[in-house]
Ligand binder design. Structure first.
Ligand code: IMP
Ligand code: MG
Length: 177
């Protein structure tokens, strides 16, 4: 059966998403007041959350991106993480905040975290819009979480199924059957 929007069931509507992102942005801005901050987005999934979150952070900081590949086609983690695009700014001695769309097995973030810690930032924290703790295979500290969700495969608001549905302004559960 072809992928179709009719298989997507709304989970987080636009309004509660935006309200929670504004809360996160305000909390993060308070925590980093007066600090030299670099905000790192993990592409591609984070693009929509990143844009809304950084706009809600009333603070001066730099933004940069890293692209890692963790999922092949389909919905299962391969356990392999490949760096496709690296940061264009140094984080040595600076405060780094990694922005992620969703933490699932934790494999991607734990790998990215180790790699970034090797560059000796003053601190390293993680913010993720969504968290699926029941799927965790490795421990990874997530400092700010937008929403904790059950074990569903979700799409929309940056999250994809084989590259599709990222542009939806809400998060929905994709039901294949
Ligand atoms: P992890 O390495 O298993 O934690 O997976 C992290 C990455 O897998 C996320 O950044 C997403 O790109 C992708 N992913 C995990 N769960 C979902 C989902 O429910 N929908 C879409 N992508 C997901
Ligand atoms: Mg991602």
């Amino acid at each position: 059966m072809a992928m179709s929007r009719s298989r997507i069931y709304p989970l987080l509507a636009e309004e509660p998403l935006q309200a929670r992102i504004r809360e996160l942005g305000a909390e993060i801005a308070r925590d980093y007041a007066g600090k030299d901050l670099v905000v790192i987005g993990l592409l591609n999934g984070v693009y929509m959350f990143f844009s809304d979150l950084t706009r809600s952070m009333d603070l001066d900081f730099e933004v940069t991106f890293m692209q890692v590949a963790s999922y092949g086609a389909g919905t299962e983690s391969t356990g392999e993480v490949k760096i496709l695009h690296d940061l264009d700014r140094s984080i040595r001695g600076r405060h780094a905040l990694v922005v992620e769309d969703i933490v699932d097995t934790g494999l991607t973030l734990s790998k990215v975290r180790k790699l970034l810690l090797d560059r000796e930032p003053a601190s390293l924290r993680i913010v993720s819009l969504l968290d699926k703790p029941s799927r965790r295979r490795v421990e990874v500290p997530v400092d700010y979480v937008g929403f904790t969700i059950e074990d569903h495969f979700v799409v929309g608001f940056g999250l994809d199924l084989d590259g599709k549905f990222r542009n939806l302004p809400y998060v929905g559960i994709y039901n294949p059957a």
